[in-house]
Design a protein around this ligand. Structure first.
Ligand code: FAD
Ligand code: ZN
Length: 229
């Protein structure tokens, strides 16, 4: 109770399976007494492109544009665009970040990747020699909750897709751990489109059940061995 949760959600359709997973998380966490904020990226028409529009006012170097340098400098002087400042505030206040999305090309949808690219700027989320365990977003947890088209068998070590952990490597280790955020076990609903209605209900119930004891969970040991052992 009292914990703050930010759910960054990337699906166009509220009636989708992802929409149902979002609804469950909002309801269950609110019931627990958490305060829940949702960034519904498509509904917000969130801008995924990393451009010079993200910098308000003068550029540090207007001769040759460097997005990383410019956003870092803009962050330091309070010159990032309003939508980024708002998202950073939500991140700063959150104890837990939940990312809810369908898997697109072994990755997150572009709109969510754009959120990562634009919100987690240098100076805010990490800095020179402040990365991984030293990242700036300390004492926060993250959880990647997503759905797939492929079955669990396809994403096993022997399956055609390979171990699902390879997909998790850039998201969990490359982004969250890099920024100092601890990582809870991912929550994966395999192939909701291709299973029975009963199985779908079962998957939704499993998510509710997991959320009930979420705050008792220990983060994973997010090291290369976890992914490639
Ligand atoms: P939906 O189609 O919205 O939901 C599935 C079913 O659940 C529907 O019948 C819906 O009505 C039903 N449902 C919703 N709510 C409930 C409820 N409360 N109770 C019971 N039933 C409910 N997949 C991969 O595995 N790997 C990839 O690399 C990949 N790349 C993709 C790239 C693109 C561009 C696209 C568009 C898809 C890709 N996919 C891939 C497939 C994608 O991951 C799946 O289509 C997606 O995860 C399914 O989730 P959904 O929420 O959209 O499902
Ligand atoms: Zn890691």
């Amino acid at each position: 109770p009292g914990k703050k949760v930010l759910i960054v959600y990337a699906h166009q359709e509220p009636k989708s399976f992802n929409g149902s997973l979002l609804k469950i998380a909002v309801e269950e966490l609110t019931k627990q007494g958490c305060s829940v904020t949702v960034s519904d990226l498509y509904a917000m028409q969130f801008e995924p492109r990393a451009t010079r529009n993200d910098i308000v006012g003068h550029l540090h170097n207007s001769e040759a544009f460097n997005y990383g340098v410019e956003t870092w400098e803009a962050y330091k002087r309070g010159g990032l665009s309003k939508d980024l400042v708002e998202e950073q505030k939500k991140v700063q206040e959150a104890d837990l970040l939940i990312f809810q999305f369908p898997l697109f090309w072994f990755n997150m949808p572009a709109i969510l990747k754009g959120w990562m690219d634009r919100v987690l700027v240098q100076g805010f989320a990490y800095d020179l020699s402040k990365a991984y365990d030293g990242g700036l977003l300390q004492d926060k947890l993250s959880l990647f909750s997503f759905t797939t088209g492929g079955s669990q068998e396809m994403y096993s070590n022997e399956g055609i897709g390979g171990d699902i952990r390879y997909v998790l490597w850039p998201m969990q280790h490359g982004i969250m751990h890099f920024c100092g955020v601890k990582v809870l076990e991912p929550h994966i609903c395999y192939a909701p489109e291709n299973v029975s209605e009963d199985k779908r209900k079962e998957m939704l119930t499993a998510w509710t059940q997991r959320l009930k004891t979420l705050w008792k969970e220990e983060p994973i040991d997010c090291s290369p061995e976890w992914y490639f052992k």
